[in-house]
Design a binder for this molecule. Structure first.
Ligand SMILES: Nc1ncnc2c1ncn2[C@@H]1O[C@H](COP(=O)(O)OP(=O)(O)OP(=O)(O)O)[C@@H](O)[C@H]1O
Ligand SMILES: [Mg+2]
Length: 250
């Protein structure tokens, strides 16, 4: 790992449990993610992937167990500014009353981190990375396609040059070419600023192409963990079925 990757922060999860209305969604998860790692989380719909991500940035409190981000325990008062945590939400999570440009620049403006012209420049630069132009900058989320909203959400996360970035289904709703660009951008960001990246995806090629390691979640438990090669040859039936699922007429 080169020095340029040194700004990422490690993640430690210990005995994490969460139930909703008596139904267990995360059962005793333990996980260590290294600083600068690209860690992919896969698993069936409803297996707890989004719930897990929400715990990592303190949006949900566990029933028991703990999460350490950069050595600091995640809780309601974790200092998000100090650690520069970013999340790309499954549905985008944009504010409907703000334009694309305002959504992407919101964090920098609110924290008065840069001069206004500088913010405009950064916003356009990040939008260009996800192939959105200045014509899109003035639009409102309701005027965008689902894939465009997802790309705006990614641009918004990139703006803070995060040390830890969580992506929930970054390529769902995107066409194959834009998916490829997003995959490359996840890797570039990781190389450029060393951001520790946790990527939830159903997209097998993306996972295999970008991951340092992959974890497979089933009913709130990790059933397989390893490098893409190890996961490809996993003996766990669910993993095998998932990776080799193909439509065939009966
Ligand atoms: N706030 C909540 N209250 C009650 N149940 C919840 C809540 N959030 C999630 N769940 C339940 O937890 C389970 C896991 O949900 P989660 O959103 O993590 O699934 P997922 O693995 O991200 O699935 P998908 O691939 O479809 O996005 C689901 O059964 C869901 O209904
Ligand atoms: Mg989800």
């Amino acid at each position: 790992m080169s020095d340029s990757r040194s700004t990422g922060i490690p993640l430690k999860v210990r005995n994490l449990r969460k139930s909703y209305d008596g139904r267990v969604v995360l059962q005793s998860m333990d996980l260590d993610i290294a600083a600068g790692e690209i860690f992919v989380l896969m698993g069936p719909s409803g297996s707890g992937k989004s719930v897990f991500l929400r715990h990592l940035i303190g949006l949900e409190a566990p029933d028991s167990g703990e999460i350490l981000v950069g050595g600091e325990r995640v809780g309601p008062d974790i200092d998000q500014t100090r650690h520069r945590l970013a999340m790309v939400f499954q549905g985008g999570g944009l504010l409907n009353s703000l334009t694309v440009e305002e959504n992407v620049g919101l964090y920098l403006r609110e924290h008065r981190l840069k001069a206004s012209e500088e913010i405009n420049r950064i916003v356009l630069e990040k939008l260009a990375l996800v192939r959105l132009g200045s014509d899109d900058a003035g639009k409102y989320p309701s005027e965008l396609s689902g894939g465009m909203r997802k790309r705006v959400a990614i641009a918004r996360a990139l703006v803070i040059e995060p040390q830890l970035i969580l992506y929930d289904e970054p390529t769902s709703e995107l066409d194959p070419l834009v998916s490829l660009t997003i995959g490359r951008e996840i890797v570039n960001l990781n190389r450029r600023i060393g951001a520790t990246s946790v990527v939830v995806t159903h997209h097998v090629d993306l996972a295999m192409g970008i991951a340092d390691r992959i974890a497979f979640l089933s009913e709130g438990a990790i059933v397989a963990l390893g490098t893409p090669e190890q996961i490809r040859s996993s003996p766990v039936p669910l993993v095998h079925q998932f990776l080799n699922a193909e439509f065939k007429e009966a």
